[in-house]
Ligand binder design. Structure first.
Ligand SMILES: Nc1ncnc2c1ncn2[C@@H]1O[C@H](COP(=O)(O)OP(=O)(O)OP(=O)(O)O)[C@@H](O)[C@H]1O
Ligand SMILES: [Mg+2]
Length: 389
């Protein structure tokens, strides 16, 4: 899949973006039957229950779910910070579970394989007694990289994340967004193939969140870095992910590229990524959600439908948005008559290449409407509670 090309300047280094990174079909992270059971005070908690995850080279893959769904357990099992109870984890062709062996301490082979996996944390995890530059050098010290080489690499990374002037500052002198940039630079020190991010933007305000997401996207494009990120914010998925998975109670219940999800009738993720609302105005009406993307977005299909079948169409709700870098429109329309009367017009919409979903809903009683918060589609449960953290 070729990603859309952006031709504006890169905020990371001021030069032109290297924009056309390609997602290949090569799997970079694969988990198979991944299970994690924690033993806690004699009780067993199943945090992961047979997770099969496939992340392709060069993509930004988001895992979303409510608090307690198992997201952090998944990411910690992917780099073997947490030992899986069963199942396998393969990163960049190396079976990490096989390398882990039985001992509690990671052996040399596992440490080596892990150096190809960068990790970014919600609370940055910087050492307050070390300068920014020394924080970035830390993983290189552990890998035994000589001093001059460490220093050169740290300065290069600081430049890459836009903090060239902060080398000598201490973490306490930085804003949250700057600390996370240092966290990202440190994660990149070992020249990783993949970057894992556990809620990297959850502690940041919306504007700083946007700039950090943009940085992750730029790094993904410039370095061909594969990013697996965990979040409970749908906006994060919407802004930067090529693919996404929804986790519930330790299982992945939906997954795919953002386009595939949007094209899947009944997808919970699609409804959350792109909500439309609006209630039918009475009984004997057919309410239909129509999603426009690509070519179809430019065709006057609604007026064609109205003229061809001589019917009056009401628009109950509509939205345009950019999801996964693509312009998408969604409209909730109402046709007179029951569904049985509208099979032909609905078929017409499908023939135009539109994604069409008939919305089943109870006709509304006067005065009983619940306020529609978060713009969620009628009847769609919210996946992600506000403030779930
Ligand atoms: N070290 C542990 N010992 C015992 N139980 C644990 C441990 N870590 C996590 N759990 C449990 O495993 C389940 C999944 O936790 P996890 O931290 O993976 O969820 P999460 O999706 O990351 O949630 P959040 O969005 O709140 O970070 C929860 O029920 C949690 O209480
Ligand atoms: Mg978590």
């Amino acid at each position: 899949m070729r990603l859309p090309v952006r031709n504006d300047e890169c905020p990371v280094h001021g030069g032109p973006r290297v924009a056309h990174s390609t997602v290949t079909e090569t799997p970079v992270i694969t988990t198979s039957g991944l299970t994690k059971v924690y033993e806690s005070r004699g009780r067993q908690v199943t945090a992961l229950d047979g997770v099969d995850l496939h992340v392709r080279e060069g993509e930004v893959y988001g895992v979303i779910g409510q608090s307690g769904a198992g997201k952090s357990s998944l990411i910690r099992c992917v780099n073997l910070l947490e030992r899986p109870t069963s199942g396998t984890v393969t990163v960049d062709g190396v079976d990490l579970t096989a390398l882990a062996g039985r001992s509690r301490r990671a052996g040399k082979d596992l440490r080596q394989a892990r150096s190809r996996i960068g990790m970014v944390f919600q609370h940055f995890n910087l050492l307050s007694s070390r300068t920014v530059k020394d924080n970035i050098e830390l993983p290189l010290e552990i890998l035994g990289v000589p001093g001059a080489e460490r220093s050169r690499r740290a300065l290069e990374l600081l430049d890459l994340v836009g903090l060239a002037d902060k080398a000598k500052a201490y973490p306490g002198q930085l804003s949250g967004g700057q600390k996370q940039r240092v966290g990202i630079a440190r994660a990149l020190a070992g020249n990783p193939k993949v970057l894992l991010s556990d809620e990297a933007t959850s502690a940041l305000d919306p504007e700083t969140t946007r700039s950090i997401l943009q940085l992750l996207r730029d790094l993904n494009r410039q370095l061909g870095l594969t990013v697996l990120l965990i979040t409970h914010e749908m906006d994060v998925v919407k802004t930067i992910c090529d693919s996404a998975a929804l986790m519930q109670r330790g299982r992945i219940v939906e997954s795919g590229t953002v386009s595939e999800l949007l094209a899947t009738p009944g997808s919970q993720l699609a409804a959350e990524l792109f909500p439309v609302s609006g209630h039918s105005t009475g009984p004997d009406r057919t309410v239909v959600d129509v999603t426009f993307h690509g070519e179809a977005a430019t065709q006057p299909v609604i007026s064609q439908l109205s003229r061809t079948y001589n019917i009056d169409i009401s628009i109950l709700g509509a939205a345009m948005d950019t999801v996964g870098g693509r312009q998408i429109g969604r409209m909730r329309i109402e046709l007179p008559g029951r569904y049985e009367d509208n099979v032909v017009p609905v078929g017409f919409l499908r023939e135009q290449g539109l994604q069409v979903e008939v919305v089943e809903e109870e006709p509304e009683q006067p005065g009983t409407r619940e306020p529609q918060e978060h713009g969620a589609a009628a009847g769609t449960p919210l996946l992600v509670e506000e403030g779930a953290k």
